[in-house]
Design a protein around this ligand. Structure first.
Ligand SMILES: C[S@@+](CC[C@H](N)C(=O)[O-])C[C@H]1O[C@@H](n2cnc3c(N)ncnc32)[C@H](O)[C@@H]1O
Length: 362
């Protein structure tokens, strides 16, 4: 079997127990929402949002969630070579910061090692009938596909979804303008959840009525031997998805760089999970996956290393609940965790997550 090698990979990389030993288990809950949990039972599910490195977080949750997560979606840094900056304004003060880092100084080895270690654990976390969706672009998806083949198995490759975002400006002077991302889908076994999605056709279409006879599709005919037609108004979703890039005018816009369109995540979650299932996004950015999971009545686990990500995700989730207060929808509480080192503790105690920040892309 073809395998990808790089300098620090070692033999099948580090084994999970080595990784476990190296990563201390130091996450503590620092907030619960809603604060008053009287109407919930101790055993009721609680969604959790972790602020920290997802290697440590996935190792921490492995003890409780091994083989239990139904759908994992990840949209990690793409090896784009740039860092993503934001402008922040708060009570008249303005400052710049980095939302997240994706400049690897061209060190592809480190990038692949970072993903490889996490994939080993994600594979363990995934339920036997679960799916993982890995969202990348032309910078590295072709390398990462070989890693996924190695960890999940070549036969577990299900689809490569092309997200065609036709509305994003791309100069493309010496190349064709780049207008798509790649979402690779792998299963853990040969039995997995896969719900069909149908889209309405622009115009209804006349289609031959067909039936299966002894395993062969045949045209259905009437008593006079004439073929029979039917009008079809929808069609099965294929693997090229034409969804725009989110625009600042959208009410979903958060200002977090590389925020994905909620429609993309809604489709992914509908295809690969059912109500009540557990969805995880451990590179959650502005929390698009978690919000979509919540709206579709899934349970969820999220994580991000950037405090701005946790800030935005927390606000989005709480605002969504407040806006649906008068609906029938039942929400599970949310628990927020972080490693309570001095720096994190100072930020939490400064009331950072409750502040009214205005965040825009730079
Ligand atoms: C492409 S963005 C995700 C965008 C997200 N899908 C959305 O719709 O907003 C990648 C995210 O991965 C996070 N990230 C990068 N390395 C990480 C790590 N080791 N642990 C946790 N999060 C990480 C970054 O902080 C960033 O928010």
């Amino acid at each position: 079997m073809v395998k990808l090698n790089w300098n620090s990979k070692g033999s099948n990389s580090k084994k999970i127990c080595d990784l476990k030993r190296e990563n201390s288990n130091c996450f503590k809950r620092f907030e619960t929402y809603p604060k008053n949990l009287n109407s919930f039972l101790e055993k009721d599910w609680k969604n959790s949002l972790y602020w920290g490195d997802n290697l440590e977080v996935s190792l921490k949750i492995l003890d409780s969630y091994e083989g239990k997560i139904n759908l994992i979606y990840i949209d990690p840094p793409f090896f784009s070579g740039v860092n993503y900056h934001i402008n922040i304004s708060h009570e008249g003060n303005k400052y710049d910061s980095t939302a997240y880092f994706d400049n690897w100084n061209s060190d592809l080895d480190s990038y692949l090692q970072m993903l490889f270690e996490r994939f080993l654990i994600f594979h363990k976390l995934l339920a036997n009938d679960g799916l993982i969706f890995v969202h990348l672009d032309y910078h590295a998806y072709h390398y990462v596909k070989i890693l996924l083949d190695e960890i999940f198995g070549k036969n577990r490759f299900i689809n490569e979804i092309i997200w065609y975002y036709y509305n994003k400006y791309s100069a493309g002077r010496n190349n064709l303008p780049r207008a798509h991302d790649n979402v690779m889908v792998y299963s853990k076994s040969n039995r997995y959840t896969f719900n069909e999605i149908r889209l309405p056709r622009e115009k209804p279409r006349k289609q031959l009525k067909r039936i299966m006879v002894d395993g062969v599709l045949k045209n259905l005919k009437d008593e006079d031997g004439h073929v029979i037609y039917r009008m079809v108004t929808d069609k099965k979703l294929d693997d090229v998805w034409k969804i725009p890039c989110l625009q600042p005018a959208s009410k979903e816009w958060t200002g977090f760089p590389t925020q994905k369109h909620h429609k993309l995540l809604e489709r992914i979650i509908k295809i690969g999970s059912n109500e009540g299932d557990i969805v995880a996004d451990l590179f959650c950015g502005s929390g698009t996956t978690l919000l979509a999971a919540e709206r579709l009545n899934r349970r969820w686990i999220g994580c991000d290393i950037s405090p701005y990500s946790i800030y935005i995700t927390r606000k989005r989730l709480i605002n969504n609940r407040l806006s649906r207060k008068n609906t029938q929808q039942k929400f599970n509480p949310i628990e927020f965790y972080s490693s309570l080192n001095e720096e994190n503790l100072n930020l939490i105690e400064s009331g950072f997550f409750e502040k009214d920040l205005e965040i825009t892309r730079r």
